[in-house]
Design a binder for this molecule. Structure first.
Ligand code: NI
Length: 255
């Protein structure tokens, strides 16, 4: 399995990160993609990826931190993008549910970082909450299909999923599917199987039966099991399928 979206550099892992990585390896998580959310966090994510063969980094400024998208911050992200262990720009997008940053700042940060991704020719990892339509409009206007990428923690919005897929994006399935009462089942079944990915978004979104605890990459197996149920496939088949997809989505065979 590949955990395509983790936040290993967050404080929640400060005390026992090595044990967390060991447990993931023991549970057959062959690679972890860790996502930096602000410039300093991106430094830590890249450093961690440099230290471990099976960890890769995604760099960018999270919609919540959009106010911090200065020229200097963008230059830092662009410099990190030259590192071969950096496999995408993200997570970027819009979050009109939490609204931690002003909406105009979010829009600008999103557009600037799609342009950056096109300059460095890396895919983008998209965060979309309560704002599918506008996310799609910006992706289209900024020609994000030129680099493609991943719709992270796929929202339960069939139109967004379909349009994202048409633009060459992958749909990443998080632990939410273990407790969303089937809200995403139909979208997943009608998606093209070679577009599906697995992720934890740890330390958040812990899957059932561990909901309430801190999430970690080893727990991606619960999401795999649930995805296998939805697709009526064997977990082993879904493991092979999503692993192949993740390697293709992030060009992992190159690093
Ligand atoms: Ni995330």
């Amino acid at each position: 399995m590949i955990d395509t979206h983790a936040h290993l550099t967050m404080n929640q892992f400060k005390k026992d990160l090595d044990a967390v990585i060991d447990r993931a390896r023991k549970e057959n998580v062959s690679r972890i993609i860790t996502v930096g959310t602000d410039p300093d966090d991106c430094d830590r994510a890249v450093e961690l990826a440099n230290r471990h063969k099976d960890i890769h980094a995604v760099v960018g400024i999270h919609p919540h931190d959009s106010d911090g998208v200065t020229d200097e911050a963008l230059a830092k992200i662009e410099a990190h993008a030259q590192n071969p262990k950096v496999v995408a720009i993200g997570e970027i997008g819009l979050d009109f549910y939490r609204d931690y940053a002003a909406r105009d700042a979010q829009r600008r940060a999103f557009r600037e970082q799609i342009r950056l991704a096109r300059r460095v020719k890396l895919p983008v990892v998209i965060h979309s909450r309560d704002t599918s339509l506008e996310v799609l409009q910006i992706l289209e206007k900024e020609s994000a299909d030129e680099v493609g990428g991943v719709l992270h923690c796929m929202p339960a919005d069939p139109d967004l999923a379909r349009r994202a897929e048409e633009m060459g994006f992958y749909l990443s399935i998080a632990g939410v599917v273990t407790y969303d009462k089937g809200a995403r089942d139909g979208i997943i079944r009608s998606a093209s199987p070679d577009r599906l990915l697995l992720e934890t978004d740890c330390p958040y979104l812990t899957p059932v039966p561990l909901r309430g605890k801190r999430n970690e990459p080893a727990y991606v197996r619960y999401t795999l099991q649930r995805l296998a149920e939805i697709l009526t496939m064997f977990p082993k088949e879904v493991d092979e399928l999503t692993t192949r997809n993740a390697v293709r989505a992030f060009g992992l065979d190159r690093t």
